[in-house]
Every structure is written in structure tokens, then in C-alpha cells.
Design a protein around this ligand. Structure first.
Ligand code: ZN
Length: 236
């Protein structure tokens, strides 16, 4: 019987959803930040400082509060903002969510080839080997083959070849650049999400600390008053 009583004492009802939870999964309304408290008060009847709220509802209201906060500041929320809010509500780490392997398809053979060609085309090895190739071509046609030269001075075939290489190199480099831009954008988006999450958490902490300080201050003043009363009684 005693055991039962103790059990019922530990179980409290969440004022929002009305379900019973063990005390460890509930939070006291008195310890909630004023903004959140007001948000819940506006929607839940009979909500007071003695009420309790379950972790799930708390997370939901926290998300709603941050959502309205962000919307007030910058209007429409982007998909990135929503993702940060999702991880905030779930209590998960934004860094971990970003770190998960993306659902993007892996680069195709053509894209990989474009990357390889672009990186080779932008190296000293390419420049030097190309100079060597030009020198060989010119020397072969001037000195080695002489009368039987397949591309005599002023090297029209070599000209054609060079224009072809230049014409093909440009689109390959552009392809590779586009992929690089995508990667950069992804990185910038990730940075934005982590920064936003950090900003929101710091704001939360600020509010929480301010509230706790005020709360503690009240209790200290109360204690002091009690002590003064006791002293006065003793003197009498
Ligand atoms: Zn609840």
C-alpha cells in the first residue's frame, strides 16, 4: 500500500497533454523561461506556475517559440532553418545531422573525368609537357623531315589542333567548376545551420540564466526575510 502511494505520488499529469508521467520526465512551470511560460499560458487552460509539462510538449513549445522568433526577424523560414528547428526539437546535434552521408548521387564517370582533366590542365606538368610537345612538333617539321614535312611552316595543322584543345578544355573546366561550386554551397549551408543552431542555443541559455538568477534572487530575499523575523522574535 505504501509502495502504491509512493508510486502515485511520483506520477504527475502533464498540463498540456493530460497524460501521467513519472516526475523525472516532467518540468515545473515555475522553472520555465517567461516567454515560453506565456506561450503555453495563451493556449492551455488552467496553466499556472504549479503546473507540470512533459519533455515532448516542452520540446514542441520550444520549437514554436524559436520559430516565431525567427519569423519575426526575417520573415519566411528557409528549408535550412526548418532543418535546424527539427534537430532542435528532437534534441539532436545539428553537427551530427549534417555529418550524415548525404542522399546526393555519387559523381558520374563523366564528372570524375572532368575533375581529373581540369586538375591536370591546371598543373605545371601539363604546361611543361605541352611546351615539349610543341617544340618537338616544330623541330620535327623544320629540321627532321624537311621536304617531307607533314605540317610545314607556318604549322596550320598544329594551329587547328591547338584551337581544338582550347575549345574542349573550356567546357571541361566549366563542368569541374560547377561541381566545385556545388560543394562550396553545401559547405556554406552547413556552416549557416551550425551557426544558427549555436545562436539559438546561446539565446536559450541567456534567457535561462537570467530567469534562474531572478528566481534565485527571490528565494534568497525570502530566506533573508525569514532570518530577520527569527532574529526579531529572539530579541523580544
Ligand atoms: Zn505532455
Amino acid at each position: 500500500m505504501v509502495h502504491d502511494l509512493r508510486n502515485t505520488e511520483k506520477q504527475r499529469c502533464c498540463a498540456v497533454c493530460g497524460q501521467a508521467f513519472p516526475r523525472s520526465q516532467l518540468r515545473s512551470a515555475a522553472l520555465m523561461r517567461p516567454h515560453l511560460f506565456e506561450l503555453v499560458q495563451g493556449e492551455v487552460e488552467g496553466w499556472s506556475a504549479d503546473s507540470f509539462i512533459c519533455d515532448g510538449d516542452m520540446a514542441r513549445y520550444r520549437r514554436r517559440y524559436v520559430e516565431t522568433l525567427l519569423e519575426d526577424e526575417r520573415g519566411e523560414l528557409s528549408e535550412l532553418d526548418q532543418r535546424v528547428l527539427d534537430s532542435l526539437e528532437a534534441g539532436a546535434s545539428t553537427v551530427q545531422e549534417i555529418g550524415r552521408p548525404s542522399t546526393e548521387p555519387s559523381p558520374t564517370f563523366g564528372e570524375k573525368a572532368a575533375d581529373a582533366v581540369a586538375s591536370f590542365g591546371g598543373s605545371w606538368v601539363f604546361i611543361l609537357s605541352f611546351c615539349l610537345f610543341l617544340a618537338l612538333w616544330i623541330m620535327t617539321n623544320i629540321w627532321l623531315l624537311r621536304a617531307a614535312a607533314f605540317d610545314p611552316y607556318p604549322f596550320i595543322l598544329l594551329n587547328l589542333l591547338l584551337s581544338c584543345v582550347a575549345a574542349l578544355q573550356a567546357p571541361v573546366i566549366m563542368m569541374s567548376q560547377r561541381r566545385q561550386e556545388q560543394k562550396d554551397r553545401q559547405r556554406a549551408e552547413n556552416d549557416y545551420m551550425i551557426n544558427l543552431r549555436a545562436e539559438l542555443e546561446i539565446r536559450n541559455l541567456h534567457e535561462k540564466i537570467d530567469h534562474q538568477m531572478a528566481h534565485q534572487w527571490e528565494r534568497l530575499a525570502e530566506l533573508q526575510q525569514i532570518q530577520i523575523d527569527l532574529l526579531e522574535r529572539r530579541e523580544r
